[in-house]
Design a protein around this ligand. Structure first.
Ligand SMILES: *Cc1c(COP(=O)(O)O)cnc(C)c1O
Length: 232
């Protein structure tokens, strides 16, 4: 997998440059936008060069189990070099995995229902770990997709704070694949604004420049760094 890794380092360097340029073109400070490198499906050997040679520190995974194994290894290797890693969960969370998620991730971007909010609050109390939390908004109201419906977002955010004592730092969205992304990004930004939430995780390989224009603080990019994933 050295080849995947070396190519990933080159792509990552180019992407960082493009991101900085895009941020400046939009009148934004590049320092205010975090690039989350989405390493799902790629093994530790493929990911390691981006940590070792490209200084990437923030990564996204969509499955708790996959991340636990892969990142126990990668975090240990990084720690040997005095480096730390920030790992984001960007895939749906089951309540019976809440404890493992709290122990594995530094940021959980997919808080999307009452049961998960409650399970996370309990797991955080038990473990003493406090991952930062984002709420996922299902901006397209797609039945097959996770996330809080836009019209229920304000009430859900209030319950996260008041009922479960959770500080929500950001919102995350995945626009419908077959629609223009900009209205979905704008809607997510508007929900964040009116709820006093600063973080906005939006934009993937195909649409991150648009997300930067519309206020993203985190972009989640996988295939543009690591290459095409096997369909599964
Ligand atoms: C896979 C994934 C990404 C990255 O997608 P690319 O198109 O490969 O950049 C971003 N966000 C989520 C939630 C994902 O599942």
């Amino acid at each position: 997998m050295e080849i995947v890794g070396d190519t990933a380092v080159m792509r990552l360097d180019a992407l960082r440059e493009a991101l900085a340029r895009r941020a400046r073109d939009c009148g934004r400070d590049p320092e205010h936008i975090t690039l989350v490198a989405v390493s799902k499906t790629f093994d530790a050997e493929a990911v390691w060069p981006t940590l070792r040679d490209a200084g990437q520190r923030v990564f996204g995974e969509n499955r708790v189990q996959e991340a636990m194994v892969k990142w126990a290894d990668l975090r240990a290797r990084a720690a040997d070099r005095g480096q730390s890693v920030e790992l984001h969960l960007i895939g749906p969370l089951q309540s019976n995995k809440a404890r493992e998620a709290v122990e594995t991730f530094d940021v959980i971007e997919t808080v999307d229902r009452e049961k998960i909010a409650a399970a996370l609050a309990e797991a955080m109390a038990k473990t003493g770990r406090k991952p930062r939390l984002f709420v996922e908004i299902n901006t397209g109201a797609e039945p097959q997709k996770a996330g809080v419906l836009p019209q229920e977002a304000d009430a859900f955010l209030r319950r996260c704070r008041e009922t479960h004592g959770l500080a929500i730092e950001g919102l995350m969205c995945i626009p419908p694949a077959d629609e223009l992304a900009s209205p979905h990004f704008a809607l997510t930004a508007e929900i964040a604004r009116r709820n006093g939430i600063a973080g906005l995780s939006m934009g993937m390989s195909g649409d991150w420049p648009l997300a930067v224009q519309l206020g993203a603080t985190h972009i989640r990019v996988g295939s543009a760094i690591f290459g095409t994933r096997p369909k599964g």
